[in-house]
Design a protein around this ligand. Structure first.
Ligand SMILES: Nc1ncnc2c1ncn2[C@@H]1O[C@H](COP(=O)(O)OP(=O)(O)OP(=O)(O)O)[C@@H](O)[C@H]1O
Length: 363
């Protein structure tokens, strides 16, 4: 995917700003607080329906303004089919999000997010490894939403059944009614789990050599999938039945794919709790880049790769290895930096500078 235009209105410090990134490597420089991260944040918002820096009420809308708008135009280039132009718009006016895709209103923001694929690495990305399981589940599901067209339907089926079962547990519903939802949860949950497991196996085959390339001393050995119940012992339907009385007491479903997780494994470390912050970041980056490479294999085109403040996140050696890896692919890469490192010049990036609420090409 190739972003041709990003326009923001009343987003963070920007009143109106328009950016036309180039294919290949783009480098955005500017002083602290100039708005570099905000550009990547807006793109991430369009691609994920959420910011990586909090909610709307945390200041996405420009101070004094009523709403914000983000527009993106990009080109899909799936090989071997011809390229296709796409455009999306997102507006938040106080209460709710409104989205448009290719000139039509979208009913669910999920449809917008499924159209534009961006892989973002930013200062909070270590949470993928050291944070809660929710971000790791989202990570798996992001890939499946994008590469398997029927995954969204399956995911919605499971979520709906889970909601119904939780409501029944809270209301003290009859066993016969719970049986029906357990059946639905069991069936959709097993299917969901098969997809996640095979995705993680595929990802592991990419992430392990990729980590050895960009961070040889990390010793990443594998990605271990945890399905959310003792799958090697019982089916999901049986696990739900076994947990039913306890679930009634707590008022929620304690087993199933909504509790799934995965963990990276290392040759010389007992687990993720032993990782330094820098190592957690490198592991997250290896997983994210492996995800981008898998997307490229499956879809025949690369997602956009956005790296916020890479220079302050990684030491020079790791930055250089990451860049070498990225340049070997075909992705459009967007990097921000306060002081672009001198060695980056050899990669001949297209340069932009952010200042006074505007972005302009720079020499
Ligand atoms: N709701 C808002 N209204 C007005 N200005 C805002 C709002 N939210 C954030 N800002 C300002 O917008 C800018 C956002 O900066 P951003 O984090 O994108 O900058 P940056 O160039 O990445 O900075 P750094 O190099 O320090 O990370 C800051 O100057 C901040 O004070």
């Amino acid at each position: 995917m190739l972003i041709n235009r990003l326009t923001l209105h009343r987003f963070r410090r920007f009143d109106t700003v328009e950016w036309h990134p180039a294919p290949g490597l783009n480098l955005v420089s500017g002083d602290n607080g100039a708005g570099k991260t905000s550009l990547l944040e807006a793109l991430h918002l369009m691609a994920y329906g959420r910011s990586f820096r909090g909610r709307v009420r945390d200041g996405l809308v420009r101070a004094g303004a009523e709403d914000l708008e983000v527009f993106v135009e990009w080109q899909e280039q799936p090989q071997p089919t011809p390229a296709r132009k796409r455009r999306a718009g997102l507006r938040h006016s106080g209460q709710a999000w409104k989205g448009r895709l290719d000139g039509q209103d979208v009913q669910q923001l999920g449809n917008l997010c499924a159209a534009l694929a961006v892989v973002t690495f930013e200062p909070g990305s270590h949470a993928l490894i050291s944070g809660s399981g929710e971000s790791r589940r989202r990570f798996m599901d992001w890939a499946l939403f994008h590469v398997e067209p029927d995954f969204l339907t399956l995911w919605r089926r499971y979520s709906r059944a889970l909601k119904q079962r939780n409501a029944l547990l809270k209301q003290g519903g009859a066993n016969a009614t719970l049986d029906a939802w357990d059946y639905e949860l069991g069936e959709s949950g097993e299917l969901l789990t098969l997809r996640r497991r095979s995705y993680l196996e595929r990802l592991q085959d990419k992430a392990v050599p990729l980590a050895a390339d960009i961070a040889p001393l990390l010793g990443l050995q594998g990605l271990a999938f945890q399905p959310g119940w003792r799958r090697h012992e019982v089916s999901l339907a049986d696990a739900l039945l076994l947990a039913r009385e306890r679930d009634r007491q707590y008022g929620y479903t304690s087993v199933g794919p909504h509790r799934a997780d995965w963990q990276p494994e290392f040759s010389d470390l007992p687990g993720t709790q032993a990782l330094s912050r820098g190592q957690a970041k490198l592991t997250a980056l290896a997983c994210l880049l492996a995800q981008a490479e898998d997307f490229a294999d499956q879809r025949g085109e690369w997602p956009v790769i956005a790296l916020d403040d890479l220079a302050s996140e990684l030491d020079r050696h790791h930055q250089q290895r990451v860049l070498a890896r990225l340049m070997a692919g075909q992705a459009q890469v967007l990097i921000t930096a306060t002081e672009p490192p001198a060695w980056l010049e050899s990669r001949q990036p297209t340069r932009f500078h952010v200042e006074h609420g505007q972005i302009s090409p720079s020499a």
